[in-house]
Write a protein that binds this ligand. Structure first.
Ligand SMILES: [Zn+2]
Length: 325
């Protein structure tokens, strides 16, 4: 087995696409901030620039530091681009947004903030606000399209689903091209990277790829194929073949079902399962093993995500149900 030569990726103050040469993928480390030792916190960025006119498309992963499938999606996409190079436009890939959170194996930034709730940050804010602001300003700003890759949170699992503002036709189209299991209409939310990108005029969607803290080859592959399809549609990859049509379920709204009592929770529905009103979705036991509650679907819906954590205080999340009107 041969290993790549050890070459340090250049350090830059911001992403400047004009000065990046066209051709081979260009690896950069963008300075975002400094830690208490004075060392710079560097965000890895890979730019593939063709030199042929076309859109600037961004793919970001792990703004939540324990959501790792997106990193693998980018790795596999880079591998695929060696076999089928881009023919137009520029692709900007950020395999790791929340570097400090990743180092601590956690979702949040080290000060406890959720980077995907405090965008666009503040230029004179606290540690996380500054990080958010500079990341947006130094890395995201040149993009025209953005795919922000996520997974479920700890203790929960997700289908492959897209959150997108379906009232915007360009965004709705981008969501369809990803061919996920489910598309959930989600107006741009304050504080998210997707929302902040939309405010910058970027056509942005959130792609939820499975479970936290692991690499799931099947879902990674599906997400990578979805990105390739989107890049084909944007004219950046040669149109090799039309994919097999897939059944994408679109939900205009969704809700989390919560427990009203505490105890040991057993969720009894599977991801992407369609449930009718009154269908049992979970049973709650007390610590003695008595059945305390059976929770049922309040309406016809599809299971977008679900809890995997039996440890359920009153108010615990049970099932993320997409409405099927
Ligand atoms: Zn996330």
């Amino acid at each position: 087995m041969s290993h790549p030569p050890f070459v340090r990726a250049p350090i830059v103050d911001r992403l400047e696409l004009d000065i990046i040469p066209a051709g081979d993928p260009c690896r950069l480390r963008v300075v975002i901030t400094e830690n208490a030792t004075g060392n710079e916190t560097l965000v890895p960025v890979v730019v593939v620039k063709t030199g042929v006119e076309g859109p600037v498309v961004g793919v970001t992963a792990a703004i939540h530091g324990n959501e790792l499938n997106g990193i693998s999606v980018i790795h596999k996409l880079l591998g695929q681009l060696k076999r089928t190079p881009l023919v137009a436009g520029t692709l900007v890939m950020v395999p790791l947004v929340n570097v400090p959170g990743y180092l601590q194996q956690q979702r949040e930034f080290p000060d406890g903030a959720d980077l995907n709730r405090i965008m666009p940050g503040k230029p004179e804010g606290n540690t996380s606000q500054l990080y958010a602001h500079r990341f947006l300003d130094r890395v995201i700003r040149p993009m025209e399209y953005l795919f922000d890759l996520h997974t479920a949170s700890t203790g929960r699992i997700n289908t492959l689903y897209v959150r997108a503002d379906l009232d915007d036709p360009d965004i709705a189209n981008l969501a369809q091209l990803m061919a996920p299991q489910i598309i959930l209409h989600s107006p741009k939310a304050d504080g998210t990277l997707r929302g902040a990108a939309q405010d910058l005029g970027i056509t942005a969607i959130t792609v939820e790829v499975g479970d936290p803290q692991r690499l799931q080859a099947g879902l990674v592959r599906s997400a990578r194929l979805g990105l390739q399809e989107a890049l084909e549609h944007l004219g950046m990859l040669p149109n090799v073949s039309d994919p097999d049509p897939v059944d994408v379920v679109t939900c205009r709204r969704s809700r989390w079902l919560h427990s009203d009592r505490g105890g040991v929770l057993e969720v009894t529905v599977q991801l992407a399962e369609v449930v009718e009103p009154g269908h049992p979705v979970a049973t709650l036991y007390n610590i003695w093993g008595d059945r305390v509650r059976t929770y049922t679907a309040p309406e016809r819906g599809i299971v977008i995500g679900r809890s995997t954590n039996p440890n359920a205080a009153a108010g615990a999340r049970i099932v993320h149900l997409g409405a099927l009107d």
